[in-house]
Design a protein around this ligand. Structure first.
Ligand SMILES: [Zn+2]
Ligand SMILES: [Zn+2]
Length: 83
C-alpha cells in the first residue's frame, strides 16, 4: 500500500488507513477554512458561489497549500499520541 501524495510505502494496513484518513481530514478542513475566510469573494476576487470554488484554480491552489500545512500538523499530533 502506498500513499502517492507522500510517496511512502506502508506495510501495515491499519497504519495506511490511518494515514489516508489524515489526508481526507486535512483536505476537508482546508477547503472549509479557505472558504470561510472568503465568504463573499473568492481568493481570486470574483464573486463567490459554491460552484465557482469548484472550478477556480486559485481557490484550489489555496486549498492545496493549506492542506499541506494542516496535514503536517495532523501528522505531528498523531505521532505525539501514538508514541
Ligand atoms: Zn500521504
Ligand atoms: Zn475564484
Amino acid at each position: 500500500m502506498k500513499c502517492c501524495t507522500c510517496n511512502i510505502d506502508f506495510e501495515d494496513r491499519e497504519a495506511f488507513k490511518e494515514h489516508m484518513k489524515l489526508h481526507r481530514q486535512a483536505k476537508e478542513q482546508a477547503r472549509k477554512e479557505v472558504s470561510d475566510e472568503h465568504p463573499f469573494y473568492c481568493v481570486c476576487g470574483r464573486l463567490c458561489t459554491g460552484l465557482h470554488e469548484l472550478h477556480c484554480a486559485k481557490f484550489r491552489t489555496a486549498v492545496d497549500r493549506r492542506e499541506k500545512k494542516i496535514f503536517k500538523k495532523l501528522v505531528n499530533s498523531s505521532i505525539a499520541i501514538t508514541y
